[in-house]
Design a protein around this ligand. Structure first.
Ligand code: FAD
Ligand code: 2HG
Ligand code: ZN
Length: 455
């Protein structure tokens, strides 16, 4: 990438202070911004700037391009691939003050929100109008709309509603030269050339800063049914998920985890495991009719003979979900993991999981491996504890197994700085060249998030 300034001039810093106000240009106590959620990626940002409007973001990026200063956009800093890693001379532009929440438009089932609004806040706004924001995952209380767009976040409801990309009906963003794109009408039919919202979605802060979005909301159903099944193996999980999907189009989530992960969650937090099984499948349905007897009949007719726990109220639902959602936090209580967020064909999951466990254990039998994820998407999260933060030998091993299964090295978390070295395992050279051509057309100085996506 093209070089950028390593030392910020006083003139540049004064100009930033004039744009956002001195209290919003931070130069001390930056650890919360400089270190990622896992603690594996530790950067050293020169400054953190906290704009409160699109026009302030525009002025900041214009100043950065005039002074040749590299910019790392940041939302909730919950990303898990080192995508907000800022090095010497880089400034972090935080979206956390872009917090406007528009009225819920019930006629179009849409809402316009600032990039710094939290996912949980969008969910609450939708709920207050009997609607629902379909993107949901464990970090809902700290991840932002801008961050989820930049990473095209997935989560637990992708199998029914798609990923973040499928929820965006309008976008506002600032380009590296300070120009503003505003395309927020929310027209469902709008075939007028390249889909810029979709291009920015998944661009991981390398093309500009998302400042606002118009989001699609979906109908909220009255009845939610949550069921935990104890399975003999990953193979059985895959078979049950296939059967359930054939019969129920109201399946929201199908999450898989194993006994080792459940035990870890139970010992790290105050969560009990309702029954012991080698593998677990957590299913959630939402509909307007009571599905309990249909699900029961399905299980009786199928080959499934394992344990089953059904949540019959909100607190039992929360208990079941904690067993799955607390995996990330529980793993972090015992070390700094190497995380792999990968997809393979759903039918390959059992063989893939065995291959990963075997290859990691062959490399070092002392390393521990936790695997869990979104079963219906073929998206597994592999967490390896043992190797030091900078020892990428395990990354090489796991991502090569993914390539052998013709999978994706990044399912939903993005490439960030963690996986950029392995991008060619999932993308052809022609695709990478095309991405680089887009990047240099929009960001010719190479100032936007220079540590992310490309080597
Ligand atoms: P950040 O971490 O701040 O940034 C992420 C990336 O987006 C960076 O490259 C950054 O430069 C860029 N960026 C941020 N804001 C902007 C902006 N306004 N404009 C342009 N670029 C921007 N992810 C999933 O997909 N599915 C899950 O199920 C899931 N579960 C999680 C559970 C836990 C407990 C945790 C800690 C994380 C989880 N994540 C999950 C990962 C993470 O929450 C998502 O990647 C999320 O989208 C990051 O949002 P953020 O606001 O924290 O972004
Ligand atoms: C999840 O599905 C997240 O819980 C986090 O994507 C995955 O911690 C991880 O590896
Ligand atoms: Zn996930």
């Amino acid at each position: 990438m093209i070089g950028h300034e390593k030392v910020l001039s006083a003139d540049f810093v004064n100009s930033l202070q004039q744009v956002v106000g001195t209290p919003h240009v931070l130069s001390t106590d930056l650890a919360g911004y400089g270190t990622d959620w896992t603690g594996r990626f530790i950067g050293s940002p020169a400054l953190v700037v906290r704009p409160a409007s699109t026009s302030e973001v525009s002025k900041i990026l214009l100043l950065c391009s005039q002074h040749n200063v590299a910019v790392v956009p940041q939302g909730g800093n919950t990303g898990l691939v080192g995508g907000t890693l800022a090095h010497e001379g880089h400034i972090i532009v935080s979206s956390r003050r872009l917090t406007s929440i528009g009225a819920v438009d019930t006629a179009s089932q849409q809402i316009s929100v600032g990039a710094g609004v939290l996912i949980e806040q969008v969910q609450e706004a939708a709920k207050s109008h009997g609607l629902r924001y379909a993107v949901d995952f464990g970090a809902r209380g700290s991840a932002t709309v801008g961050g989820t767009i930049a990473t095209n976040a997935g989560g637990i409801n992708v199998l029914r509603f798609g990923s973040t990309r499928h929820q965006i009906v309008g976008i506002e963003a600032v380009l590296p030269n300070g120009d503003v794109i505003e395309h927020m009408a929310g027209l469902l039919k709008d075939n007028t050339g390249y889909d810029i919202a979709s291009l920015l979605c998944g661009s991981e802060g390398t093309l500009g800063i998302v400042t606002a979005a118009r989001l699609r909301l979906v109908a909220s159903h009255n009845l939610r049914t949550t069921v935990l099944l104890g399975c003999d193996s990953a193979q059985e999980v895959v078979e049950v998920v296939g059967g359930i999907r054939q019969q129920f189009d109201c399946l929201d989530a199908a999450e898989m985890f194993f006994l080792d992960g459940a035990n870890l969650v139970a010992s790290a937090f105050d969560v009990s495991i309702p029954f012991v099984a080698p593998a677990y499948l957590l299913l959630e349905f939402s509909s307007d009719i009571d599905l309990s007897s249909d699900i029961e009949q399905f299980l009786t007719r199928s080959q499934f003979r394992g344990h089953c726990a059904v949540a019959d109220n909100e607190s039992s639902r929360t208990r079941l979900w904690r067993l799955r959602e607390e995996h990330t936090a529980a793993i972090s209580t015992i070390g700094v993991p190497h995380k792999f967020d990968v997809t393979v064909a759903v039918s390959d999951l059992p063989l893939f999981i065995n291959a990963v466990r075997r290859r990691v254990s062959d490399a070092n039998a002392e390393w521990s491996v936790y695997i869990f994820g979104h079963a219906a998407d073929g998206n597994m999260h592999i967490n390896v504890l043992g190797p030091t933060a900078n020892d990428v030998s395990v990354d090489e091993i796991v991502l090569q197994v993914v390539a052998e299964f013709k999978g994706s090295i990044s399912a939903e978390h993005g490439v960030g700085s963690a996986k950029k070295k392995w991008l060619s395992l999932s993308r052809s050279q022609t695709e990478i060249d095309m991405m680089k051509a887009i990047k240099s057309a929009i960001d010719p100085q190479g100032l936007m998030n220079p540590n992310t996506l490309f080597v």
